[in-house]
Write a protein that binds this ligand. Structure first.
Ligand code: C5P
Length: 246
């Protein structure tokens, strides 16, 4: 049974300020989207990737990813909507296990039943393939929702509307959450449908699973799976790649 990865890549990249949608911005000369997709495929644990790109850049995204088992669809207004758009490409005629790629050029087998669905941000282009494989392995081992996490290094405080400190949160019980996150297709679809019915969005998919009362398992994350949000993050990624080349 196959593993399908959904890659939300339809963000505007406003906080990065690069003048183009973030997934298309290069890191080490290669668009983040291409690095993210290739990292997933290099893990050897992913059979097919569905990318949610900005509607006007669907064709451009396809052109960036020739020869790979990839389907590109138009994303939505926020990350949750983009993931749901990509899940729509998996979802065939009401059967949540039926894969419909919508892109015959991809060579993917229609009707293939994924055992695991990953959701992975295009904005995490340096994610090590070993982390991808670890998340898939945890789902295969029986955890229906899996997230990679790291301990929180900074002291974290809750503040009120005017920025006054309300409390210091015990950081020993906090974790910073990364992607790829792994799910059984049934659980992920159920969580997204419930969120759509509530009109709710979340910054990650595990949050939607939590919202329907289902358990989420954690595995150790990796510092290099950090998300590129600001120009500072982008610079760190460029520097890390330069260090690797030297
Ligand atoms: O904005 P943020 O960095 O949290 O976005 C995380 C991921 O979600 C990025 O890969 C971004 O392209 C994607 N996204 C999306 N559709 C949106 C907004 C964000 O696919 N409408």
């Amino acid at each position: 049974m196959s593993v399908v990865a959904v890659v939300p890549a339809a963000g505007s990249g406003q906080r990065l300020g690069a003048g183009e949608p973030k997934a298309f911005v290069t890191v080490g000369g290669t668009p983040m989207l291409v690095r993210a997709v290739d990292g997933l495929l290099r893990s050897g644990a992913v059979d097919h990737v569905v990318v949610a790109a900005p509607a006007e850049l669907v064709e451009s995204a396809r052109r960036l990813l020739p020869g790979r088992p990839v389907t590109v669809v138009a994303g939505g207004a926020d990350r949750t909507a983009s993931v749901l758009c990509a899940l729509g490409a998996l979802h065939d005629g009401g059967d949540p296990n039926g894969v419909h790629t919508g892109d015959e050029r991809s060579g993917t087998r229609r009707g293939d039943a994924p055992e695991v669905v990953l959701v992975h941000d295009a904005a995490r282009p340096l994610t090590p393939p070993a982390l991808v494989a670890a998340v898939v392995a945890a789902v295969r081992a029986g955890h229906r929702a899996v997230v990679p996490v790291l301990p929180v290094a900074d002291t974290v405080k809750r503040v009120d509307a005017v920025g006054r400190v309300v409390e210091t949160v015990d950081r020993t019980v906090l974790r910073a959450v990364q992607t790829p996150q792994g799910f059984t297709p049934e659980l992920l679809l159920r969580a997204h449908r419930a969120a759509a019915a509530r009109g709710a969005a979340a910054t990650d998919d595990a949050g939607l699973v939590e919202a329907i009362g289902e358990p989420v398992h954690t595995v150790p994350g990796d510092a290099t799976a950090f998300k590129i949000t600001t120009a500072w993050d982008h610079r760190i990624a460029e520097n890390l790649l330069q260090d690797n080349d030297n």
